[in-house]
Each structure stands twice: as C-alpha cells, then as structure tokens.
Design a protein around this ligand. Sequence first.
Ligand SMILES: *Cc1c(COP(=O)(O)O)cnc(C)c1O
Length: 358
Amino acid sequence: MGKLHVFNAGPCLLPQVAIDKTIDALKDFKGTGISLISVSHRSKEWGEVMDECRSLWKEILNIPDTHEVVFLGGGASMEFLCVAMNYLEHKAGYLETGVWARKALKEAQGLGNAVAVASSADRNFSYIPKDYQIPSDLDYFHVTTNNTIYGTELKSDPESPVPLIADMSSDILSRKVDVSKYALIYGGAQKNAGPAGVSFAIIRKDSLGKVSRHIPTMLDYRVHIDKESMFNTPPVFAIFVMNETLKWLKSIGGIDAIHELDVRKAETLYAEIDRNSLFTGTAAREDRSIMNVCFVMSEGNEQLQDEFLSFSKAHGMVGIKGHRSVGGFRASLYNACTMEDVEALVACMQEFEKIHKK
Ligand SMILES: *Cc1c(COP(=O)(O)O)cnc(C)c1O
C-alpha cells in the first residue's frame, strides 16, 4: 500500500515519535521493568510524568500562576456538565456555534437557567455570530473556539464582561491564547493534544467556589486541583501519550512554530478549494478554521461527490468524508498532519479536476 494521508477529525493523527516512545514504555516504563499500564500511579516514576506534563502545558501555553491545569477522564462531554456544576448559579450564556456548543448548553440547561446569547443555527452554523451583547448579569459566558464539524473558528480571545469559559477541544495548542482572559479552558485531548481517554482543564483558581449547590466529588474542579489530578486513578496511558506529544511540540518550537505551520497548511488547502472549479468551501471566509477545512462539490458538480471520495481514497487520503450533518468533505489538519499530507490532497484535487473539467 502507498503512503496514507490521515485527515481524521478525532481521534487525531499523533506525531510518530510520541507513538514510538509509548511503544517503548508499554514494554518497559522508565527502566522499571514494568509496563506503563501496570506501573503504580503512586510511584515516583509516574509522579514525574504527571509533573512534566503539567509543566509542559504551562510552558507551551504560557499559563499564568493564577491558573492550574488538571487532567480528567470522561472527555469534553463530561466537562460540559462540570462547567455548569462548578459555575452556574443564576444564569449562564452560551454562544451557539454548532452541535458541540449546543450539547454544552443543553447540559447547563439540565441544571439551571442557561441561554444562547447568539446563534448561527440559521445558516447551519457556517459562520460565527458577531453582533451580540453579552449580558452583564451572567455567571459566565461559554464559547466553543473551534467548531470541529462546521470548520469555523473564533480567531481571537473574546472580550467578556463576565467570566469567560471556552471549549477548545479542537484548536488548543494550534495558536496563542491569552489564558488570563479565561476563567476556564477545557477540552478533550484527542483532537490535538493526545489520544482519547483524557481531557484537560485550565482553571483560574479564584473563579471556583462561587456556587451554592453540592458538587459531586468527581465533578468538582477544586478536588482535582487539590489532588493534582490524582484523586482517583488517572488515565495513565492517555496522559503518557499526551506528555510525549507535548514534548514533541516543544521540540519543534512550540506554539509560534506550530501556528505558522498550521496556518500555512490551511491556506494551502483553502487556496486550492477556491481555485478548483469543482469544489467550494462551506464556512464563511473570515471564520474559516485552520484545523478543520470543510468543503463540498461546487454547484452543478454535486453528483461527483462519491466519485471524489473513492478517487481520493485510492490516492491514500483517509478521513475526508464530512460529518453527516454537513455532508461533503472535511480535512482535519491537526498539528501532526504535515505540509506533505496537505500537498498530497491538493494534488489529488487537481488531478480530479483534470479528469472532469468540461
Ligand atoms: C470532539 C469534541 C467534543 C467532544 O469530545 P469528547 O471528548 O468526545 O466528549 C467537544 N467539543 C468539541 C469542540 C469537539 O470537537
């Protein structure tokens, strides 16, 4: 088989060096003679991995001392509930920019009063709402910075008069973030930071403890900060791979270097979508995501969709079928995806155009 080019939306492609280091550790973790997945999570050697992983998050994202990083099982979907548990007292506001944002809102509505402050549901979430006012009486305002399914992305940290909370599952570690602007940043690791099985939360410590409800222990961010993400057995495998992924990211130059590459990859693919008469982008131009590039066959060429899917598959492209709620195609260009992968997809689109150009 020829080389595969993996554009899966999540779980994502991870750097080969992180996979190789994990294979070694599965056989013998840090010279202990014990496999990574059998070593005690209370051992000194494991403690070092936890400490290193926390430090790398802080260093790479320039996280101030006001904030702490925790790792949790349960995924971003569980954090939808944690957010409301830990922050919702009177009223919460959500920016409804897609299915994930809507799911986050729904979890909050199960606990209390939560509303969509603005929504782009009217055009199938193909843009980010811009002209809205964040009410100043909210407990918090929640945004989804990158809408994985629709390929739209908030390009800057929003200004909010109330505590700001962000689901950054699918664009964390791809761009600079001013962490000081957020009460909480969270997400599942499996879109850009590691494998499935662990999620992260970057929490401003003084933003907690303001609600009157009883918070179940496992959903209480204070417990996880206090116990350094080891209140119960942490997902050791997933955290190990995440740590190796962060080490790789640091070694190639951190956020500045990866952002430059991520932008270049996205611009290359968008340029081809705009140039190629057979394809058209689905997201509003100014809101185009650098992580998930969504496109469809252009008007009059819709019947070629299945043919392009099998054509691209035969050329080694994996995972470019769009989400069922949007259709068409989606290429996810997470950090471990290379320029070479993107160029292969572009070449495939050009070849397809040559065959079909009228
Ligand atoms: C994938 C995704 C989620 C869900 O993550 P899980 O870890 O599977 O619960 C939430 N939000 C966004 C933006 C996502 O892309």
